[in-house]
Design a binder for this molecule. Structure first.
Ligand SMILES: [Zn+2]
Length: 449
């Protein structure tokens, strides 16, 4: 995803999901022990039943042999400001044992790099230190530590992943965030839909302005391939097919990856959805648009503003809106620290007031679309941190938001057959749900628009 890191993303949601996952770990800890007890009880009943089939059942007495208690698992969580050693200390390990354990852990990950919230499972006989420890190294792997006479044996286990396909449809109430969902909604994780909203807006970013063009009654349906962890959290997600009805037009997006290329989206005919230019170099609000007459806050007089200002915080990464060659990189009068890029078709873009210019961004260097060229600042003639972005064609300033920007190249002939086969299979998946309509669309009189 393009702007995930810079966006005010659903980090809160992720934290919630993690908390829920932790809660479920705790929940399942107890039943596991209960299952063990039930199994033992079952064995007892079975041996009693078996003994009844013997010849002299009435004289057989059940003898109870004291068995060692089943190992107990406890869970603990690394709290903020707490070290791994401190957590272990709370579970009855000696200083020497803690030292040894930390040394083993260090072979996999620096003990200081464990974040609060990391879960430990400690298993062992009651009233003595654990003999097995499971430590969460990251979202996808666990470190298994087992006590041995010669020390702690360690092994990394991968969390098993389940892959599924989810088909959803939504009828938009006001914005993409407020959609009436249908389809396999019950399989959707908490806050998961929000992530699809970002992705969906990204896929159609060149065709639809989701802040302005979406209206009540628009609808979408999507087929998503997911990788899920055992606790239900999402490891990865990708669209297999998308249909979006916007103002009466139905747009489709089907992914295809060219050999050694990146995954890109095409319409049903193989035309690229992506534009040659990104819509914006930073995912932030426009604070001052392109105009031929504007009161300048620093110069205190009217003059043309031949660019677009984005109110982004200091340090926000600035992305090249299209591939090209750098023609300026450095300080240039009122632009402050800036980068200028030459693209195809006589187009140039400028990124001004930067706090810093990215490493390797010098005149003559090639940049890709979306590559970070610098960071937002307030150098030059500027009242505060913002990005001043200019778009020029044949040397004349143009307003990129009103220009009909060119699309990326369509899918080449040699990939068409493969693409069409994939497209048909993907659209078949979508057919599980209908593209929803407002009830009034079906019963009301038709209105010309
Ligand atoms: Zn400006």
């Amino acid at each position: 995803m393009r702007f995930t890191d810079a966006r005010p993303g659903p980090d809160h949601g992720k934290r919630e999901a993690r908390r829920a996952a932790l809660a479920s770990v705790r929940r399942y800890g107890v039943p596991a022990a209960a299952v063990g007890v039930l199994l033992l009880a079952g064995l007892g009943v079975w041996s009693m039943l078996r003994s009844r089939t013997g010849p002299d059942t009435r004289n057989v007495r059940t003898v109870y042999v004291p068995a060692p208690p089943p190992p107990e698992s406890v869970y603990d969580t690394l709290r903020s400001g707490e070290t791994l050693a401190e957590v272990l200390d709370g579970h009855g390990f000696s200083p020497q044992q803690i030292f040894d354990l930390i040394e083993v852990v260090r072979q996999y990950k620096s003990p200081r790099r464990f974040q609060p919230g990391v879960v430990l499972q400690l298993t062992g006989p009651a009233d003595s230190p654990a003999e097995r420890i499971l430590l969460q190294l990251n979202e996808d792997s666990l470190l298994k530590l087992d006590v041995r006479p010669e020390g702690w044996a360690s092994e990394v286990a991968t969390v098993p992943i389940m892959v599924d396909t989810l088909v959803l449809a939504g009828l938009i109430e006001s914005s993409l965030w407020y959609a009436n969902l249908s389809g396999q909604v019950d399989r959707l994780g908490e806050d998961e839909f929000q992530e699809y909203v970002f992705d969906l807006a990204d896929v159609f970013a060149w065709k639809v302005d989701f802040t302005r063009d979406i209206r009540r009654g628009d609808a979408f349906r999507v087929a998503i391939e997911r990788e899920l962890r055992p606790d239900g959290t999402l490891r990865s997600r990708r669209f297999l097919a998308i249909e979006l009805r916007n103002r009466g037009d139905v747009l489709s997006a089907i992914p295809f990856t060219r050999p050694a290329g990146q995954r890109e989206y095409f319409d049903v005919d193989g035309e690229a959805l992506k534009g040659v230019f990104l819509r914006y170099p930073v995912p932030y609000r426009i604070t001052s648009g392109f105009s031929n007459r504007r009161y300048h806050p620093v110069l205190k007089r009217y003059r043309a503003h031949r660019g677009t200002d984005y109110g982004a915080p200091h340090g926000t990464p600035v992305k090249a809106t299209a591939a090209g060659t750098i023609t300026r990189a450095g300080t240039w009068g009122s632009y402050g620290r800036m980068v200028e890029i030459r693209h195809t078709r006589g187009i140039q873009t400028r990124y001004a007031h930067l706090s810093s210019i990215g490493a390797g961004m010098r005149v003559g260097a090639r940049v890709d679309q979306g590559q970070v060229i610098g960071r937002v600042g307030s150098t030059g003639l500027s009242t505060g941190p913002h990005l001043h972005y200019e778009f020029l064609q044949n040397g004349a300033h143009r307003n990129p938001s009103t220009m009909n920007l060119p699309s990326a190249p369509a899918l080449e002939e040699q990939y068409r057959t493969e693409f069409m086969a994939g497209r048909d299979a993907a659209l078949d998946l979508l057919s599980v749900v209908a593209l929803p309509r407002m009830p009034s669309d079906e019963i009301g009189p038709s209105v010309a628009d």
